[in-house]
Ligand binder design. Structure first.
Ligand code: HEC
Length: 447
């Protein structure tokens, strides 16, 4: 073997034990052989590294202060080459991480791979999952836009309802009574330093335990069969893992290029948006809370999430049946999938209840802007400081929570929609349906 290697390799090997290291990394035995089912863990590791890299790249531009955070992101999105792309990768990477983590947990659950002697591997993995949620939540505030500002107010209020620890924890996170400069500094410190330190530590532990206990392997088959089909990590499993990582990366590249995350209007503490909603992965909780009146809110914020967390954490300790075959664990499986379904249904209901909106067509909005200027709207309405003050300020009309139909109908007959309205109707202003449509698109571009 050593004769095939260059002198440089032999020199390094003598000092760094490279061959022993690559033997250890690549020749991991896999009972039952490599499988495409095992790609979730390595995909997560790949996304984690991608998040770290894109995160550091954004740190080159991001300024963690109230005055400059939003502007620094705007600069990155609009002026820095590939800035929008890198932010897109980081944004979609967060969602990919949560999806892959749910798949990984589901697979480990169905395979019964959390069972003795892998309890600690399971716990380290769950800690990493909790850390990922922490990353997602703290990262949401950093652009300092309207939704992240108001969403974080709701989030810290939810934490505040947890008995005993909630209030002090919320105050600690906010760095005082209100969301402000201290909150941004703290979320930044947590997102950039604390959580990365935690996640790389627990993932290190997770991988160490994983190697120590070995691959759990398929849930069926005798010891002899598994031994007969035994394979090694390299090259087949490595190949599967690379294929999965590449697939995920291509999807993320597509999303980052064609659906980059938008930068909403900057945080405005004096203008509450009509509708505040978290990212999709927290929607189920947000929806759940709608069903509890104020005096019962602890059930939604503490008891139900607490039971779910405890059920997961305690799983390998109360489920001591060594049987791993899913068909012989139907009760456990039904509970697991019922909870997943309930979460999916809640998420779906939350999406349904989001107010209707309209994505403004740039051309129509521009036409609407002209009509706006020619029809004398300015004499009564202000947009960013320009115009009269007879009617309401329209600077953020898209965030006012009006549905497109409300806006259209209001243009047609203001007094039928708002009692006693003195605003002239479309007919009085000489506007036809096309003009109304253009104006509506213009209204939905105001944010
Ligand atoms: C004579 C003054 C006047 C003119 C001209 C006028 N508006 Fe208004 N507008 C009002 C008043 C007063 C209200 C508040 C009562 C209401 O909602 O109807 C209002 C409300 C609105 C609203 C609803 C805001 C909300 O979400 O509550 C929109 C949108 C709007 N105007 C757009 C326009 C546009 C576009 C034009 C030009 C085509 C226009 N207005 C012309 C006085 C005016």
């Amino acid at each position: 073997m050593s004769t095939r290697h260059s002198r440089l390799y032999r020199w390094l090997d003598e000092r760094l034990a490279l061959s022993a290291l690559s033997d250890f990394l690549l020749n991991e035995p896999m009972p039952g052989g490599p499988s495409f089912w095992y790609v979730f863990g390595s995909s997560l590791f790949f996304i984690l590294l991608m998040q770290a890299l894109t995160g550091v790249m954004m740190l080159f531009y991001y300024a963690p202060t109230m005055d400059h955070a939003w502007e620094s992101i705007r600069y990155m999105m609009e002026e820095v080459p590939f800035g929008s792309f890198i932010r897109g990768l980081h944004h979609w990477g967060a969602s990919a991480m949560i999806i892959m983590a749910i798949l990984h947990i589901t697979q480990v659950f169905v395979w019964g791979a959390y069972k003795r002697p892998r309890e600690l591997t399971w716990l380290a993995g769950l800690t990493a999952f909790g850390t990922v949620l922490g990353f997602a939540w703290t990262g949401y505030l950093l652009p300092w836009d309207q939704l992240s500002y108001w969403g974080t107010i709701v989030g810290t209020e939810i934490i505040g309802t947890v008995p005993l620890v909630g209030e002090p924890l919320a105050t600690f996170l906010k760095g005082g009574g209100a969301i402000g400069a201290q909150t941004l500094s703290r979320f930044y410190a947590i997102h950039i330093w604390l959580l990365p330190a935690i996640i790389f530590t627990v993932i290190g532990l997770h991988l160490y335990l994983f190697r120590k206990q070995g691959v759990a392997g398929p849930f069926s088959g005798t010891v002899q069969e598994l031994e007969r089909n035994k394979g090694f990590f390299f090259p087949r499993q490595f190949f599967f893992d690379v294929i999965a990582a590449m697939l995920i990366f291509l999807i993320l590249v597509y999303l980052a290029m064609f659906h980059p995350p938008e930068l909403r209007s900057p945080a405005n503490p004096s203008l509450a948006p009509a509708h505040v909603a978290p990212e999709w992965y927290f929607l189920f909780l947000y929806q759940l809370l709608k069903y509890f009146p104020k005096e019962w809110i602890v059930v939604g914020t503490t008891i139900i999430p607490g039971i779910m967390a405890l059920a997961l954490v305690g799983l390998p300790f109360y489920d001591r049946n060594p049987e791993r075959h899913p068909l012989k664990r139907l009760r456990a499986l039904s509970i697991f999938f019922l909870v997943l379904c309930a979460m999916a249904v809640l998420t779906y209901l939350a999406i349904l209840s989001a107010p209707e909106t309209l994505t403004p067509d740039p051309e129509l909005a521009l036409k609407g802007k002209q009509i706006y200027q020619e029809s004398g709207c300015t004499s009564c309405h202000q947009i960013h400081g320009q115009g009269g003050s007879v009617g309401p300020d329209l600077s953020y009309e898209a965030l006012a929570g009006r549905s497109p139909d409300w806006i259209r109908q209001h243009f047609r007959h203001p007094d039928q929609v708002v009692e006693g309205s003195i605003m002239p109707s479309a007919a009085e202003l000489g506007l036809d349906e096309d003009d109304i449509e253009a104006l509506t698109h213009f209204m939905f571009s105001l944010k």
